[in-house]
Write a protein of this length. Sequence first.
Length: 278
Amino acid sequence: MTETAPLSPNLMPSLRQLVRGLELLFWALPIALLVCVQEILAPAWESWGIMPLILSTGTLWFGVSRLRQFHPQEQIWQSAVRLTEVLALLMAGLVPFLHWIQALPELSASGYSAGQKHIIYSTIIFCTASIMFVLNLNHLLTRLSVILPDPVLRADIKLFVMINFILFFPMLAAMWCCRLSSELYSVLYYKAPGLAESFGNAVGLQELLQGVVLWIAILIIATTMTMIWKAKEAVLNGVFSLQPSLSSEDEDEETRIVSVLETDTEGATDKSVDPSLN
């Protein structure tokens, strides 16, 4: 009779931390997107200060830090976790500049002071770190799908990561066009006057491009949340399947014991019957 190998005592705590980290990331991603978008588009949101921004991005870092407890001996996995954690810390440190840049006046590049340029450059670094964070989080989920023994999860995450990677190109293009909305409107005004009139002015074109960026970002976050939820469910299903079960040899031996008991019972029944009564 073969005995089932005992589970590692560190397995369940590491899986618990993994599930907690995935849950935090699942809820913190849309909240961070909502807070950042409201900070940019809604002037009334500025009265809240920088605390919503710091709390939302700080929750992202805390969720990623929980993932370090899982498979500490896996170097590739740990490297991906550390890089994602550094990007989350960079976001949490630079996110106040997203609030402070709203108070800057709209001037030409040469009209800003050194301190104002520092705010602008820090905001650009924050946006770059945010994009890199989402991309690296997708890579992190890909590494997690390789570790987990679930081929369906691996195929789904591979598909979603490919979709997100494709969506980043039009989003970056729309973000770049937002910075050049006045020039683009001037070109459209001379090349396609009818199309330019449909936008109204350069501000209308800029608002349209901002809407495109927002919708693509929402789609990317939604697919990333789907991957996080699927990974969490795969981990939980794996935990509940870790119940000790009979091996094939144990089942065969149990079957033989049951057969012998049934045979003995039938023999005892036959012996108890008197042949003279037949």
